[in-house]
Design a protein around this ligand. Structure first.
Ligand SMILES: Cc1cc2nc3c(=O)[nH]c(=O)nc-3n(C[C@H](O)[C@H](O)[C@H](O)COP(=O)(O)OP(=O)(O)OC[C@H]3O[C@@H](n4cnc5c(N)ncnc54)[C@H](O)[C@@H]3O)c2cc1C
Length: 375
């Protein structure tokens, strides 16, 4: 239920140890019910918007950055929680052992624009990395920020201006990709620090930068369950695992299946303004369908002659639109005309000749051929 709190069973003391129920005692309206059970609810809907979001790539797959090996190497999402005033440190930026950092390294494009991991640009990292740098400068006095980038992609409204502002705030921008993070100190100034080794491509020298904390701006990747969902909703995913739109320019929130729309980072990496814009577009599409009250289906759809169907189900697996269902009791298949796009795959594949294409039955095609030959 939206805007209603739910109990996290993994954290609740009562579900873990069988003791507590403090919330039950303090809840005035008596809204806590520990005996309530999970149940599957079914809703009949005409349209669906998929907005299942993204994951961050697993930082441990890039071993040279020592995530999990060095406690003060953080993922961008972990750092986002740290700087958040409702996060675990109440918004105070500190190392794992509670020290205020004197220097922080922020590493862009970790896994993005890299043919070994994700070839695409994750789009949001440059701007949230700049946001992090600004917050560090604001919250921690005299903390040096080192921002390692390949290209600074500040494409949005006011974004380039924000980057310029950070140049004046004293953030150190180093154009180069960090090759390795190590804790092996070469001199006393590096003792107890994480050392970032990178080529500064602007001046062509290899630099060693000792810092207290490192933030890895990781690639945004598709959720692994997106593939399962794509089968469930008869839409497709690209080779990167994100949902694919019907047309990149003319139908960016529609999918190959009528009535199924996509919005947000499940379609590809994007920031919140783009996500909101896409969600608005998807909602408008849905509303226009609801407003009309009825939909026009394709005239040329496939159909099945029930008496001829042997129930082999070959067509079920082949239909790219998930339009064919199998009735176990009758041992027959049936076509949902609202989903069928009339591609004819089932007609060509049906071994018993039960599937046919409306307006394109064999007799009609023969009659057309005879007509042409008679001219
Ligand atoms: C570190 C970091 C900082 C960022 N900072 C900014 C910023 O400052 N400004 C900005 O514009 N953007 C920022 N972004 C990008 C921003 O996070 C995304 O643009 C935004 O979250 C995309 O929204 P979304 O709804 O598509 O996906 P998500 O935010 O991922 O939401 C998807 C939701 O769907 C739910 N879900 C998934 N699968 C299912 C399912 N099968 N059934 C039901 N629910 C499901 C998930 O639980 C989740 O709640 C940042 C990203 C990162 C990683």
């Amino acid at each position: 239920v939206p805007n209603k709190p739910v109990i996290d069973r993994a954290l609740c003391q009562y579900f873990k140890n069988g003791k507590c129920r403090a919330c039950e005692k303090f809840c005035g309206p008596g809204a806590i019910n520990f005996e309530d059970k999970d149940r599957v609810e079914e809703y009949e809907v005409g349209t669906i918007i998929l907005s299942t979001g993204y994951d961050l790539m697993d930082a441990t797959t890039i071993s040279e950055y020592g995530y999990k090996r060095y406690p003060n190497v953080f993922t961008s999402l972990e750092f986002e929680r740290i700087v958040n005033s409702s996060g675990p440190t109440g918004g105070k930026i500190q190392t794992r052992d509670g020290r205020e950092p004197r220097s922080i390294g922020i590493l862009h494009c970790i896994g993005s624009r890299d043919k070994n991991y994700c070839e695409y640009c994750s789009r949001v990292c440059c701007m949230y990395a700049l946001k992090f740098a600004h917050l560090v400068k604001e919250k921690v006095r005299d903390c040096e920020v080192y921002d390692f980038y390949i290209d600074m992609r500040c494409f949005g409204k006011g974004y380039e201006e924000f980057y310029k502002r950070l140049l004046h705030e004293g953030v150190n921008f180093i154009r180069g990709k960090v090759a390795e993070i190590t804790d092996a100190a070469l001199d006393p100034s590096e003792e107890g620090k994480l050392i970032l080794r990178a080529e500064d491509t602007m001046i062509g020298v290899v630099r060693r930068v000792p810092v207290d904390m490192v933030v890895l701006c990781l690639a945004m990747v598709a959720k692994p369950e997106a593939r399962t969902l794509s089968h469930l909703f008869s839409c497709s995913v690209g080779k990167d695992g994100f949902f694919t739109e019907k047309h990149p320019k003319l139908a960016p929130v529609s999918t190959a299946t009528d009535g199924i729309y996509i919005a947000g980072a499940c379609q590809g990496p994007k920031d919140i303004p783009d996500t909101v814009a896409q969600a608005g577009a998807a909602a408008a599409q849905v509303l226009s369908l609801i407003q009309r009250g009825e939909v026009e289906t394709e005239a040329v759809t496939a159909a099945i002659v029930e008496e001829l169907c042997s129930g082999c189900q070959i067509c079920v697996g082949l239909c790219p639109y998930g339009a064919i269902t199998y009735n176990k009791e009758k041992n027959k298949t049936a076509i949902n005309e609202a989903l069928c796009k009339g591609c004819g795959t089932c007609v060509a594949a049906c071994p018993s000749g039960a599937a046919y294409q409306k307006h394109f039955r064999d007799q009609q095609i023969y009659a057309e051929i005879q007509g042409i030959l008679a001219i």
